[in-house]
Ligand binder design. Structure first.
Ligand SMILES: [Zn+2]
Ligand SMILES: [Zn+2]
Length: 210
């Protein structure tokens, strides 16, 4: 043992780490974390890098929002690309496309300007056999323990990378939708404008939605 376990820490409420979630009593004052180990002959200690499960849930919700916005905006792309064969029908249908674009933008507003939440992070020494966890901090001796849910940092990193990729697609689709929604081709210039818009639609169509 590198350090003394914090005896005042309450015990584990359920088996830790089963679904990569860890509920660990955490001191709100100093950040110490502890679950007393119970292995005969001493606990194993594995380094566990964690981030707060609350930020993880927030990020997952933001990713769902981004993906659902992309689905709606992609329908606009399909509708636009489906009209390229015949310029006259495109001119006729354009006001409907604009209405569709405005509706999609209205019902799927962009995410938080701040981007991804900033998670709290911690490293604990964890015993995979009994679920003991230890992250001592120099404390004033008046720890105030609260159960805090954590997830492995690897999960967070994967989710963050996925969200960044989803967001990039969403933003490209959003730019396109704004172009359709708010740029009305001038009379006599429709074909020229239409080539730009339908070209952009074709370009957005190609990458797999994944
Ligand atoms: Zn143990
Ligand atoms: Zn403390």
């Amino acid at each position: 043992m590198r350090s003394q376990r914090t005896d005042s820490a309450p015990g584990p409420s359920h088996h830790q780490g089963v679904d990569d979630r860890f509920r660990i009593p955490t001191c709100v004052a100093c950040g110490a974390m502890g679950i007393p180990g119970s292995c005969d002959g001493g606990c194993r200690e594995e380094r566990l890098d964690l981030v707060g499960a609350d930020a993880m849930a927030e990020l997952a919700a933001e990713r769902r929002r981004s993906r659902s916005a992309a689905v709606a905006l992609r329908e606009l792309v399909s509708a636009t690309a489906g009209l390229t064969a015949d310029g006259d029908s495109a001119e006729h249908a354009y006001p409907q496309l604009q209405a569709m674009a405005r509706e999609a933008l209205r019902t799927h507003p962009p995410g938080a300007a701040a981007g991804a939440p900033e998670p709290r992070a911690a490293t604990v020494w964890w015993c995979p056999d009994c679920g003991g966890a230890d992250a001592p901090q120099p404390c004033l001796g008046v720890c105030v323990w609260h159960p805090v849910d954590w997830v492995r940092r690897e999960l967070w990193d994967t989710e963050l990378a996925g969200w960044e990729a989803d967001l990039e697609q969403e933003l490209a689709l959003r730019r396109f939708a704004r172009q359709v929604a708010f740029v009305t081709p001038r009379p006599g210039r429709f074909q020229q404008s239409w080539r730009l818009i339908s070209g952009a639609a074709e370009g957005l169509r190609s990458p797999a939605a994944s």
